[in-house]
Design a protein around this ligand. Structure first.
Ligand SMILES: Nc1nc2c(c(=O)[nH]1)N[C@H]1C(S)=C(S)[C@@H](COP(=O)(O)OP(=O)(O)OC[C@H]3O[C@@H](n4cnc5c(=O)[nH]c(N)nc54)[C@H](O)[C@@H]3O)O[C@H]1N2
Ligand SMILES: Nc1nc2c(c(=O)[nH]1)N[C@H]1C(S)=C(S)[C@@H](COP(=O)(O)OP(=O)(O)OC[C@H]3O[C@@H](n4cnc5c(=O)[nH]c(N)nc54)[C@H](O)[C@@H]3O)O[C@H]1N2
Ligand code: SF4
Ligand SMILES: [Mo]
Length: 900
């Protein structure tokens, strides 16, 4: 049965990336919902990417944390009442503070909390506990942009808006794989390219789906962005492209910044040499930027996550200030935010080096916030930034820690070390929506069930400063509660009840907006005073609104700094003389490779939500490492085989993808797999902890590494209707597949031993179905019940001897096995190549690579549009269009069209 179609759709916002797309969610009456893009939301006008489109598949309660848990006598987590759990958290914090002072406790929070949750957490720590030891995963994500903005503008403000991407004639993307990470926005840029002829420049050490569509790709040496943009500043100065009126009227520090730029980047040749790219490439970029007034420079983690991230940001902003290209339609520096509410957390002041609402720790601000909150112990100095905070846990300076909506045992650098030190805490509290994250299993004492997306109310702010409502459309499952409620309850039990007696998210939002303007006199960037008097009903109906929103602009403002006035004391923007960049590495000869890390198209971070969707799992379903062909040869690893990646900090076994998209000497691994989804693929464990000296953001994109083949006796697949406990010693990676769970496995031994393991893996009845073929080094077992495949195990001595995984998955999904499929299962091969769809390219319509290639080869797919007409691939969200185009181009190259 399906949803009564009259059920009203609820307007809400996507919980993934910082594009902040509007979503219409229609509950189906059975705990799920149908989801589509909100045509009225100005971030997406109805579009959603593959992740947003699959939100409905992530709502099941499978794996959800449904009750508070406390560590019991047996040292195991056991269900507890809210009263007992909250009391124990409050008591734990109070006792630690009483014994060791307020700086012995900390909160580690997240850009995935709603603004209201964030506000309450920040208020409790900085106003009432009296420490600033609250930091956030935004330290790993946006801290360099925050620091760069504050140095240049005097406030953490993104000047422009998404409309600028429609109006621009040049779009420069540096350190951003927007085609995969901000897909709806990227499609908007492509539309501009298609319809208005905007040019796209992509700057990245690897070729990506984003660079596939670029007019110019600069495959830059890692870490050299500041050199490239310093060279641009020099070029602008030498070619009469400076806006001298703007520089003199509205900025300071130009001469110093230019002198430093000249030192770093004396000539195009010098830039090309340090960036390891062709001089012509650099020249073209400079010429295009010089000649194009309407230029936007977008940047993300290739810029922020760097030991020189803040300088990279300022090197970019310098070029926009020098040309006066800021605060005007179609131009400006544009920091793409990662998480759905990275920006909201920054508004609240949830980073350890800010106090609250764009205020620092000056005595005046401390006093101001003390009066506003009526708070007893306002923190008077900055607290510990993320990496230092966990260092303090290791040194036992922090003894009680509350982690909310983030998974530091996976996502921090040196993640294995982090996971170990979590065990040293006297009290580890984790608020999450799922029961088994690596942070929880590391040794949480108390685990608190939060309501998730669709179950709670609040606001998020996207990359263009637009505040949108997330609205509940499902009841919270089990005992789950909103994060703001959980924090307020603990605050109340710590004796601060009168300041935390919130009855709704709306009340908190109003207080947050009021604080933003409290005694501000226009000196602070973030001003949402225009929303501070919203009634509960008006909050319910709040339409997406960009801050600043105040008396002067009650409906919000698209752009700021359009009047050339900035938030510094003299209202002038600052040029910054940037340092000479150098990667934070020493030249150990035994670690000759550089490990870069990042994201894949269809997974979100540690996969606690995207991991539930079969179609999102189908695009890339196991942990990978991309390796240049020359490196593959010298390190003896081959495409499709497993390799161990080693660094000073840890190791992981990943599937090798050999690709010329990598620069020689550099490898890339996605961050998503962890202890809950794979046996040995915690990429965060490999990563070095060096940080940017100004922002404290870690260098997550460059760690010295090496690579070696990881040899097993047998490789294979296991498909089952539910999760399976895989024996120790077996390498595995799990994904949700249609109808069950799929594991890719690699095992140290094969033979008689395997039938025992098979029994454990797929059940006793396996004996009836098993087929052992020692002669060819293969092992196969399948259980078929009532004509349906229930589970199967395939092993072979090399990965290349296995049947097609995609074909096997199709058999598990099928309501009944065909006779041919049954025979093929026993023979251990796909029934016929035509039935094998290959790895999924289009997640929306489940179209595989083999299907697309077949259409292209038949001559019916000369363009992505043709492929779409034949197979629908790419016709919904468009996230796969870059890959479809690449397949068309590759096929055209490899097989010249047949002439009649
Ligand atoms: N599918 C998907 N989308 C997401 C997320 C997700 O988990 N999955 N997460 C969201 C979040 S929180 C974030 S922060 C964003 C991140 O979005 P992005 O920053 O676009 O993604 P990343 O893959 O982390 O890194 C971007 C690129 O930086 C490049 N890079 C590495 N070093 C350098 C360098 O020195 N210079 C330059 N110019 N480039 C370099 C990498 O090769 C990589 O292609 O994505 C958001 N969107
Ligand atoms: N090597 C390397 N490391 C990286 C990065 C990289 O590029 N390379 N990127 C960094 C970046 S930019 C980021 S943003 C981080 C992301 O890293 P994390 O923040 O650690 O990853 P998530 O999986 O997003 O964690 C969010 C957690 O919150 C839970 N959750 C979801 N909704 C709610 C809710 O409403 N309430 C509560 N309490 N919990 C909820 C989820 O189940 C999940 O466990 O990783 C960082 N680490
Ligand atoms: S681009 Fe995709 S992940 Fe990002 S907000 Fe929009 S639908 Fe969600
Ligand atoms: Mo992020």
């Amino acid at each position: 049965m399906n949803a009564p179609s009259s059920a009203p759709a609820i307007r809400t916002t996507c919980p993934y990336c910082g594009v902040g797309c509007g979503v219409l969610a229609k509950p189906d009456g059975f705990g799920g919902a149908q989801v589509q893009g909100d045509p009225e939301h100005p971030a997406n006008f109805g579009r959603l990417c593959s992740k947003g489109s699959a939100l409905g598949e992530t709502l099941s309660l499978n794996g959800r944390l449904l009750s508070p848990m406390m560590r019991g006598g047996s040292d195991m987590l056991e269900p507890a009442s809210w009263g007992a759990a909250l009391d124990s958290v409050a008591r734990g914090f109070q006792e630690t503070i009483a014994k060791h002072g307020p700086d012995s406790v900390a909160f580690y929070v997240s850009g995935q909390l709603l603004t209201e949750d964030y506000y309450v957490a920040n208020k409790l720590m900085k106003g009432f506990i009296g420490s600033a030891n609250i930091d956030t995963n935004s330290r790993l994500c946006m801290a360099s942009s925050v620091a760069g903005h504050r140095r240049a503008f005097g406030s953490d403000t993104v000047p422009g808006c998404y409309e600028d991407l429609d109006d621009a004639d040049l779009l420069v993307l540096t350190g951003s794989n927007a085609a995969w990470c901000h897909p709806v926005l990227y499609q908007r840029m492509l539309k501009n390219k298609r319809e208005r002829g905007a040019r796209i420049v992509v700057i990245d050490p690897r070729a990506t789906s984003t660079s596939d569509e670029a007019d110019l790709m600069i495959q830059i040496a890692p870490g050299m962005d500041a050199v490239l943009f310093s060279g641009l500043l020099v070029h602008l100065a030498e070619h009469g492209q400076l806006d001298t009126a703007f520089i003199h009227g509205h900025t300071s520090g130009f001469a110093d910044a230019l002198a430093r730029a000249r030192h770093l980047a004396p000539s195009v040749e010098a830039v090309a040499e340090r960036c390891q790219v062709a001089p012509a490439c650099v020249e073209t970029f400079y010429a295009w930027f010089s000649a194009t007034e309407k230029a936007v420079t977008l940047y993300s983690q290739g810029v922020n996550q760097s030991a020189q991230g803040t300088d990279k940001v300022n090197a970019i902003i310098n070029c926009h200030l020098a040309t006066g290209r800021i605060g005007k339609a179609g131009m400006g520096p544009f920091s793409l935010t990662g998480q759905p509410n990275a920006m909201g957390g920054r508004e609240v002041g949830g980073l350890a080096n800010q106090l609250a609402a764009h205020m620092d720790f000056s005595p005046e601000n401390v006093d101001r916030v003390r009066r506003f909150w009526n708070a007893p112990h306002v923190a008077e100095r900055a607290g510990l930034k993320a990496v230092d905070l966990f260092e303090a846990v290791a040194e036992r300076r922090i003894k009680a820690l509350w982690v909310m909506a983030t998974n530091p045992a996976v996502s921090l650098p040196r993640a294995d070390a982090v996971r170990t030190v979590l065990r040293q805490l006297d009290l580890l509290v984790v608020s999450d929506i799922v029961a088994n994250t690596d942070t929880i299993t590391a040794g949480a004492h108390v685990v608190l069930p939060a309501s998730g997306w669709g179950e709670k109310d609040g606001t998020v702010t996207n990359s263009e400063r637009r505040i949108s409502r997330q609205r509940a459309f499902l009841p919270p499952p089990g005992d789950a509660k909103p994060d703001w409620w959980i924090i307020s309850q603990v605050a109340t039990r710590m004796g601060f009840g009168s300041a935390f007696s919130y009855a709704s998210a709306a009340e908190i939002f109003a207080e947050h907006c009021a604080l933003s303007a409290f005694e501000a006199n226009g000196t602070r960037g973030f001003d949402a005073s225009g929303l501070s008097a919203l009634s509960g009903l008006a909050y319910e109906e709040l339409v997406p609104t960009q801050w600043p929103v105040d008396k002067a602009s009650p409906t919000g403002r698209k752009r700021v700094f359009d009047d050339g006035r900035f938030h510094t004391v003299d209202q002038r923007a600052r040029f910054v003389a940037v340092e000479n960049p150098a990667l934070s590495i020493s030249n150990e000869r035994y670690l000759p490779l550089l490990l870069n890390t990042g994201r894949v198209r269809d997974h979100w971070h540690t996969m606690t939500r995207t991991g539930k969707s079969p179609r999102l799992g189908a695009h890339i379903d196991e942990p990978q490492v991309s390796v240049h062909p020359d490196d593959a040869r010298s390190f003896g690893v081959a495409d499709g085989e497993l390799a161990r990646v080693l660094t000073l900090h840890g190791s992981a076994v990943l599937r090798v993808s050999v690709t010329p998209a990598q620069r020689r000497g550099e490898i890339f691994a996605p961050i998503h797999w962890n202890g809950a989804t794979a046996s040995d693929a915690r990429v965060g464990a490999l990563v070095q902890p060096a940080c940017d000296p100004i922002s404290g953001q870690p260098e997550l994109k460059a760690t010295q590494a090496t690579l070696a083949p990881a040899l097993y006796a047998a490789y294979g697949f296991l498909l089952a209707r539910g999760a399976v406990a895989i024996p120790d010693g077996v390498w595995w990676a799990r994904s949700t597949v249609e109808g069950g769970v799929g594991y890719r496995i690699a095992a140290p031994a094969i033979g008689g031993h395997w039938s025992g393991i098979a029994k454990r893996l797929i059940g006793e009845s396996v004996c009836r179905a098993q087929l052992l073929d020692d002669g060819q080094g293969c092992y196969r077992a399948a259980i078929v019940q009532d004509g349906r495949l229930m589970s199967c195990l395939f092993l072979a001595t090399t990965p290349h001897a296995l049947p097609s995984w995609e074909w096997l998955k199709q058999q598990l999904a099928a309501p009944a096995l065909s006779d041919a499929a049954r025979r093929a299962l026993l023979a251990g091969r796909a029934a016929d190549a035509g039935a094998d769809h290959g790895p999924i390219v289009c997640a929306c319509f489940g179209v595989g690579r083999a299907q697309i290639c077949k259409v292209i080869a038949s001559g019916r797919g000369c363009s992505a549009e043709d492929v779409g007409a034949e197979l629908k691939a790419g016709t919904n969200c468009g996230s796969c269009l870059p890959e479809v185009r690449r397949l068309v181009a590759e096929t055209a190259k490899s097989a010249p069209p047949v002439t009649a």
